[in-house]
Design a protein around this ligand. Structure first.
Ligand code: ADP
Length: 249
């Protein structure tokens, strides 16, 4: 049983084929980076994995259940692009935003039980924001806000974390902290993780598996295999040569 098991998946918006015959497995403990040009179908694939869209052909399974019927939502944490996440029409503190992540488990509003409060504070500590617990989200920096959203996704202790371009709009220093947190979640907390990113140079220093997508999968396998062949793979996927900036940290 795989956390994610995708077979013969095709998807179209109206008549336009966006994903063609995708086969992809994510194993327990994998840290998969999904790369590909703009408009290559990465977010669409994430929406299919989250069960927000239904395949036109083929299937997407989460822990052996069809994604569209997946009942154990608390096992999946999803972190969207920062700009998409920040849409709170009310002033909320860090604690309140993180506690909202528990609602998917309880489905009820109301005062938090002591155990839940402990869990919220422990998760805020994990993302390094303990001293900001009572601060309003709107008063934090972009990078800190993104860590709040990670805490909200983590508070239910999910097995699988999915990040869609999480560093867009986040300043460089926060991006470094952010990747350190991701490595910690993967290595120390043994989370299975999927990270969609356009920053191939950075993510190939973090992940252990890579999927290169442009409507079809051009590569799916170990990161070191991707790195050894990346020029060819990227040239095919992007249909022209791509300069990859390497990062030595
Ligand atoms: P990526 O995340 O790789 O940038 P997307 O999955 O967002 O790619 O988009 C893939 C293609 O699907 C793009 O051409 C985009 O314009 C199109 N698209 C995305 N969402 C919709 C939608 N709701 N309706 C119609 N077309 C869409």
């Amino acid at each position: 049983m795989y956390p994610i098991d995708i077979n013969e998946l095709s998807f179209a918006y109206e008549q336009r084929l966006i994903l063609n015959n995708i086969k992809l497995q994510v194993h327990d403990g994998d840290f998969l980076g999904i790369v590909g040009p703009n408009g290559s179908g990465k977010t669409t694939l994430v929406k299919l994995i989250l069960g927000l869209l239904r395949p036109m052909h083929g299937e997407v399974k989460l822990y052996d259940q069809l994604a569209s019927n997946f009942a154990q939502r608390h096992r999946i944490g999803y972190i969207a692009q920062r700009s998409a996440s920040i849409n709170l029409g009310f002033p909320a503190t860090v604690q309140e935003v993180v506690a909202a992540g528990l609602l998917s488990r309880h489905k009820l509003f109301g005062p938090l039980k002591k155990l839940d409060r402990l869990q919220v504070d422990k998760t805020i500590e994990l993302v390094g924001l303990s001293s900001y617990r009572r601060h309003l989200l709107g008063n934090l920096s972009g990078g800190q806000q993104q860590r709040v959203f990670i805490a909200r996704a983590l508070v239910c202790n999910p097995d699988l974390l999915i990040f869609d371009e999480p560093t867009v709009g986040v300043d460089a220093e926060s991006v470094d902290r952010f990747y350190t947190l991701l490595e910690e979640l993967h290595q120390c907390h043994k989370k299975t993780m999927v990270l969609v990113s356009h920053d191939i140079g950075v993510i190939t220093t973090k992940v252990n598996k890579v999927a290169c997508l442009n409507r079809e999968l051009y590569f799916h396998g170990d990161c070191h295999e991707f790195i050894s062949n990346q020029e060819q793979i990227l040239e095919q996927a992007y249909q022209h040569s791509v300069q990859v900036l390497s990062h030595n940290h």
